[in-house]
Design a protein around this ligand. Structure first.
Ligand SMILES: C[S@@+](CC[C@H](N)C(=O)[O-])C[C@H]1O[C@@H](n2cnc3c(N)ncnc32)[C@H](O)[C@@H]1O
Length: 271
């Protein structure tokens, strides 16, 4: 395969996604909050390539996933990837092209877990929008079900600049992933983030992905989850060990990480 012709979704998967770890994390969080009962139905909102849904069903044939996104071309890419798996492992993934605020049973069944990952919840910029979304998620969870979203923060998250990371390919070629924080407005919390890639032949895919987000703070989101009716709200992150290294395992935190940049999961549980 000529890496220079890979499409942006392939590059995104290589650069930022760890679907098996995410699926493992989701099941562990559900079990810990539900006396070790297991979740079987995942709803993946803003699913993009639906990689987490695929990982979810691949790890257990009794699991089902519903993956939702508004972008038909992205869902066509997801469908192709799922259908290309051996032994029809993706047969338990259902893709729905719709706004996450419009889906409802019977098109989607009540889920044990609703996940909104890769910071997708940040597209909602007003309290009214996010409350409406949280309330809809709560309504479509089973009792004890959990809503999981990720969030980045820390002083570094508000600084304008570009972080670069090299991605080594199997044939010793290299792609560079560039994460740009182009602007941040502390009053509105609006943040403009972009992903660019430099390909092995040095061509640059500028603005491969562009995100117009509101960088909500943890207390704001926890308060909105409470207003929406989530019985329990938790923040999960990596513990920092006495030697300054992170534990590599996400667990409930009493306080936010004391680092320049952090990523946490916010989890809301239904009664
Ligand atoms: C940040 S990407 C996340 C992709 C995905 N979580 C992943 O890891 O590949 C956001 C995705 O949300 C989709 N999207 C944006 N607004 C949406 C909405 N209201 N309902 C459903 N999908 C939406 C976009 O098409 C895009 O694929």
């Amino acid at each position: 395969m000529d890496e220079n012709t890979m499409n942006n979704l392939d590059l995104y998967q290589l650069a930022v996604q760890h679907p098996l770890s995410e699926a493992f994390f989701l099941s562990r969080a559900y079990e810990e909050l539900n006396d070790f009962q297991q979740a079987s139905i995942l709803r993946e909102d803003f699913c993009g390539s639906a990689a987490v849904s695929l990982a979810w069903v691949m790890t257990d044939p009794d699991r089902h996933a519903v993956a939702i996104d508004t972008d038909a071309a992205t869902l066509a890419f997801a469908r192709e990837q799922i259908d290309n798996q051996p032994d029809q492992v993706g047969r338990n993934v259902k893709l729905i092209c719709e706004d996450v605020r419009r889906v409802a049973p019977p098109a989607v069944s009540h889920a044990h877990i609703i996940a909104s990952l890769n910071f997708s919840t940040l597209i909602f910029k007003t309290e009214a929008q996010i409350l409406d979304y949280f309330r809809r998620c709560l309504k479509h969870l089973t009792p004890g079900g959990i809503f999981v979203m990720d969030l980045f923060g820390g002083p570094g998250s508000k600084q304008v600049g570009i972080a670069n990371r090299q991605i080594e390919l199997d044939d010793d070629q290299t792609i560079t992933y560039h994460w740009e924080q182009r602007s941040y407005n502390p009053r509105s919390q609006d943040i403009d983030c972009r992903i660019h890639f430099t390909m092995p032949n040095n061509t640059v895919r500028r603005d491969a992905f562009v995100y117009d987000w509101r960088l909500w703070e943890v207390p704001q989101l926890l308060s909105l989850m409470r207003q929406a009716g989530f019985a329990k709200r938790e923040v999960w992150g990596e513990q920092i060990m006495p030697d300054g290294q992170s534990s590599g395992q996400f667990e409930p935190l009493d306080q936010l990480p004391d680092s320049k940049d952090w990523v946490v999961y916010l989890i809301g549980q239904k009664h």
